[in-house]
Design a protein around this ligand. Structure first.
Ligand code: NAP
Length: 267
């Protein structure tokens, strides 16, 4: 059995992860952490029957009492690096879905895992369809240098642009490295920021935040007389769970930190 701790257990993603872990025959919920609803039963908070697992306020306290194999983190960019440091200190493999973590913190978590030869995963998007969207976008970028990325998320999302949009922009930028492209700029910009944020060499990202949305992205390429749109929609948080479950299993075999679900799927 793979013993899993979920950080952010009372959140939207954390609750979904608890339900997913409870469905898997080779996994068990070893602990749950969240300052919200601390003291409550993790099963009840996730909409299941009581599991006898109390939500703890702090991961350190929990790991002092419980043995675990994997820690799944869907918290905040402020909390996730500290949770990962504590987990690694106890020999627990981090699987981090929290987005917006700065590069220095990511590099530190990676170095800590690698030094201990401990598996780890950081993935800004666990939806397999989103990973494919990024791969298709990187292929299209070799033929269409003109591109804009529109990411759309629920209004509770803390960071903008999304980690997926930034990763897509990075992949597109690398794929068209040898091509030159002059981005069209309006002569008059009547509203500041209306053309979105420029990532690198004319790759523009637009972030939409609205209630009712979950996680969506369009990558629009333009060429002479044609456009190509690659779109992915996560219409429910269940879309992320096959990727999370895959990462929990695969991280047990790794001896270093891997960045991105694509590395687990495509190698
Ligand atoms: P959410 O509903 O706000 O849940 C986050 C939970 O974590 C909150 O209950 C929060 O409590 C709690 N938390 C804060 N600090 C903590 C700590 N030190 N230890 C344990 N729990 C802590 O957010 P969400 O929608 O689930 O999203 C969580 C993260 O996952 C975001 O960064 C989001 O962008 C990311 N995400 C990633 C993917 C992916 O595929 N990788 C998919 C969807 C979302 P407070 O409210 O008190 O802060």
């Amino acid at each position: 059995m793979i013993r899993v701790i979920v950080c952010g257990a009372s959140g939207r993603m954390g609750s979904e992860v608890i339900r997913a872990v409870c469905r898997e025959p080779d996994m068990e919920l070893a602990g749950a952490v969240d300052p919200v609803q601390a003291g409550s039963d993790a099963g009840i908070v996730a909409g299941l029957k009581p599991l006898g697992v109390r939500i703890e306020e702090d991961i350190g306290t929990l790991l002092g009492q419980t043995k675990a194999d994997v820690m799944v983190d869907f918290t905040t960019p402020q909390a996730a690096p500290g949770n990962a440091r504590t987990a690694i200190a106890y020999g627990v493999r981090p699987v981090i879905g929290t987005t917006g973590i700065n590069e220095a913190d990511q590099k530190e978590v990676e170095a800590l895992c690698n030094r201990q030869r401990l598996g780890g995963v950081i993935a800004p998007n666990f939806a397999i369809g989103a990973v494919l969207m990024m791969r298709f976008a990187a292929t299209a970028a070799k033929f269409f240098p003109a591109v804009e990325i529109i990411e759309l998320h629920h209004d509770g999302k803390l960071d903008a642009p999304s980690g997926t949009a930034l990763t897509t922009a990075e992949l597109v930028s690398r794929a068209r490295e040898t091509m030159t492209y002059e981005v069209a700029k309006p002569r008059v910009e009547k509203l500041a920021g209306v053309r979105g944020g420029e990532f690198h060499k004319g790759i523009r990202i637009h972030s939409v935040r609205l209630p009712g949305l979950v996680a969506h992205q369009e990558v629009i390429f333009g060429g002479d007389g044609q456009t190509l749109t690659i779109r992915h929609d996560s219409i429910s948080r269940a879309s992320f769970m096959p990727g999370v479950v895959l990462a929990i299993r695969r991280v047990m075999e790794l001896d270093r930190l891997v960045y991105g679900l694509d590395r687990l799927i495509f190698g």
